[in-house]
Design a protein around this ligand. Structure first.
Ligand code: ACO
Length: 324
């Protein structure tokens, strides 16, 4: 008995930016990007492809797959750090676009962990009200939040959205447990300033604008360790052996992080879903896009134990287990 995924959907912007094209924008090489990160291309949003618009398209597909109408939704949560406006939230725009007149809606800022944090809170709502249907979305247009002259960051990220409709099931299936953590003391290893403002505290030297800034090597070390710890902690708490995991959907950061994590957890590669070569790191959208692809390709069977893990700015990180 638990909270189940009733349907998934995703949406990628039309434009594809390849590594070769990036060579013409910033001081890098296609081979460096491919060999260090495993990323070959990423999708970049254009006009009419704002975060909420990608999110809405992904949501429509998820609702159709779930056989749930927008009016049945009680809550819409969008994990994002790249809304086109600070207010209203992307979630409110999605609510309006869908005509989800019975849903309340809000955004959740947990960077790349936004979707997993969203699943966690949806599970808690649904456990207290079994009739509730909740739309959890991860959506980003980080291409508008990058310094395209900073080769440490601009090569890594891409745009997109993924969505899942959640509800209650009386079956044995459902979300088993989560193990989420945060550490705000390490904020300055990966951050984005607020946009220009009259707030005197924000008029600080070094505020180069609302662009992602990152200490790549430090982030790498923390990301791998933190994801391993949260996965091991969750498995221990639930008394589940790592070999009992049927399928893994990790945050698609880059291949170096993924390979390191897979080695440390000693999980066979065939159990791990990876699509980072096509999309780059789409932050909060990465797990729900991967979930939708895996789901639509029939890679997850009913009854499978599926493990998710993420790490992002904050720092935020965590792991979630679902009996599919
Ligand atoms: N093109 C060409 N050369 C580059 C580029 C580039 N795009 N970027 C860096 N270099 C150079 C550096 O200048 C450096 O040169 P030097 O040795 O002459 O000084 C060299 O390549 C090595 O640079 P490093 O930054 O040390 O590269 P590293 O081997 O650490 O790999 C990487 C970089 C893959 C980004 C790694 O640090 C990493 O995985 N970091 C995690 C970052 C990440 O995924 N962040 C996303 C957000 S958090 C998350 O989603 C988990």
């Amino acid at each position: 008995m638990g909270t189940v995924v009733l349907g998934t959907g995703s949406c990628l912007p039309e434009r594809i930016l390849t590594n070769l094209e990036l060579e013409t924008i910033v001081d890098t090489s296609a081979e460096w990007i491919r060999s260090r990160t495993g990323i070959e291309s990423r999708h970049i949003g254009g006009r009419g492809e704002q975060t909420y618009q990608l999110a809405t398209n992904a949501a429509k597909k998820a609702l159709a797959a779930a056989g749930v109408s927008a009016k049945e939704l009680g809550l819409i949560v969008v994990g994002t750090i790249s809304s086109h406006m600070l207010m209203p939230s992307s979630a409110c725009f999605v609510q309006s676009e869908l005509g989800a007149e019975n849903a309340f809606a809000y955004d959740l800022n947990a960077a790349c962990s936004g979707f997993l944090y969203g699943l966690d809170l949806a599970d808690k709502y649904i456990r207290t009200d079994h009739s509730m249907k909740i739309l959890v979305i991860g959506a980003e247009t980080l291409s508008g939040r990058l310094n395209w002259q900073d080769r440490n960051t601009c090569i890594l990220f891409g745009d997109g959205a993924g969505a899942a409709v959640l509800g209650h099931s009386d079956s044995e299936r459902g979300l088993i447990d989560s193990n989420h953590r945060s550490d705000g003391s390490l904020w300055d290893l990966l951050y984005m300033h607020a946009p220009e403002s009259l707030n005197p505290d924000l008029l600080v030297a070094g505020n180069s604008g609302a662009y992602i800034q990152m200490e790549g090597r430090e982030v790498f070390k923390h990301a791998v360790r933190a994801m391993e710890d949260s996965v091991r902690g969750l498995l221990q708490k639930q008394n589940i052996d790592i070999n009992a995991i049927d399928f893994v959907i990790p945050h698609q950061a880059n291949m170096r992080i993924l390979n390191n994590l897979i080695d440390r957890l000693d999980i066979p590669l065939r159990k791990v879903f990876i699509n980072v070569s096509k999309y780059g790191n789409t932050s909060a959208a990465s797990i729900p896009i991967a979930l939708d692809e895996a789901n639509r390709h029939g890679l997850i069977a009913e009854g499978d134990t599926v493990l998710f893990c993420s790490f992002g700015g904050g720092f935020t990180w965590g792991a979630t287990l679902i009996k599919w």
